[in-house]
Design a protein around this ligand. Structure first.
Ligand SMILES: Nc1ncnc2c1ncn2[C@@H]1O[C@H](COP(=O)(O)OP(=O)(O)O)[C@@H](O)[C@H]1O
Ligand SMILES: [Mg+2]
Length: 273
């Protein structure tokens, strides 16, 4: 049995008279200790799936089995424990606390779990030993993302979920961040899930294979969404993500654009104010 098994998962949102189907019959598996990349165009429902896997949202129907347990059945209390103890999350825009130092940002996360790792040690691991006392504003984007990864790893989570972790970074820096995630997966035997709309990631994967990072694979992931569409094997490659693909697979794109702010800029209230 795979470590993560998402089976026939649906997520629907009611927006006034319109029903938005964010996930339509999503099924896929990911193995323990593997790094899995899910590639898909903007609006495909990737963040929705990741938030559900991270216990931040629950599906309208379907099963979300992690390590043999269907978290879709969890009550609020179980969900809180799951989120706190088992999941590390990495976001596109880092979400660091601006008035805490590098070390304090990591310690804040590790302070809420029982078997946390030492903040300084984890920060060494991500190469930030010289930036422990800097504030986020004094760090580059790549460094801030490394703090965010250290913060997630310090919780010693079973599962590391990354939502467009390289989305705000230049190509080279993004590559370093991916390499770091790959190392975490390999050395700490972490199950890492990365979602991205960036088909160039497929190129990075090729590049990293030549750099002998063979576990940087999508090959074990089969993600189906909408009955006729099966993304499998090596996932969606550059050529598949063309305008036609986007047109067929992104039926609610405008809503996705609006929701960008929900995810990354503090919620819809923030937008309205
Ligand atoms: N809380 C929400 N309320 C209404 N619609 C949502 C909500 N979250 C996501 N959606 C919609 O679901 C679809 C998939 O969104 P998302 O999971 O963010 O896609 P992706 O991460 O692949 O770009 C989008 O059309 C988006 O607008
Ligand atoms: Mg997204």
């Amino acid at each position: 049995m795979a470590y993560i098994e998402v089976k026939h998962e649906y997520k629907r949102y009611q927006m006034g008279e319109t029903e938005i189907i964010a996930n339509h019959d999503v099924s896929f598996e990911a193995e323990q200790g593997q790094l899995t990349v899910i590639l898909g165009p903007s609006g495909a429902g990737k963040s929705t799936v990741l938030n559900i896997l991270g216990g931040m949202d629950s599906p309208s129907s379907g099963e979300v089995v992690i390590d043999g347990v269907d978290i879709a059945q969890f009550n609020d209390r179980q969900m809180t424990t799951y989120r706190r103890e088992d999941v590390g999350f990495v976001f596109q825009f880092y979400n660091l606390i601006p008035n805490l130092t590098t070390k304090e940002n990591v310690e804040l996360a590790s302070s809420i779990v029982a078997d946390a790792l030492d903040a300084t040690e984890v920060l060494n691991q991500v190469g930030l030993q010289d930036r422990l006392d800097n504030f986020p504003s004094q760090l580059s984007g790549g460094e801030q993302q490394r703090v965010a990864i250290a913060r997630a790893l310090a919780k010693n989570p079973k599962l590391l979920l990354c939502d467009e972790p390289t989305g705000a970074l230049d190509y080279q820096t993004g590559k370093q961040v991916l390499k770091l995630l790959e190392t975490a997966s390999r050395q700490e035997n972490k199950t890492v899930l990365i979602i991205t709309h960036n088909a160039a990631l497929a190129k990075w994967q090729t590049a990293s294979s030549t750099l002998t990072m063979p576990r940087f694979v999508r090959s074990r992931t089969t993600l189906t969404q909408r009955p006729s569409k099966t993304l499998s094997g090596r996932g969606v490659d550059d050529e598949t993500i063309n305008e036609e693909y986007v047109a067929r697979n992104v039926p609610v794109k405008r809503a996705a654009d609006r929701n960008y702010f929900d995810h990354y800029a503090g919620g819809s209230d923030f937008c309205r104010r």
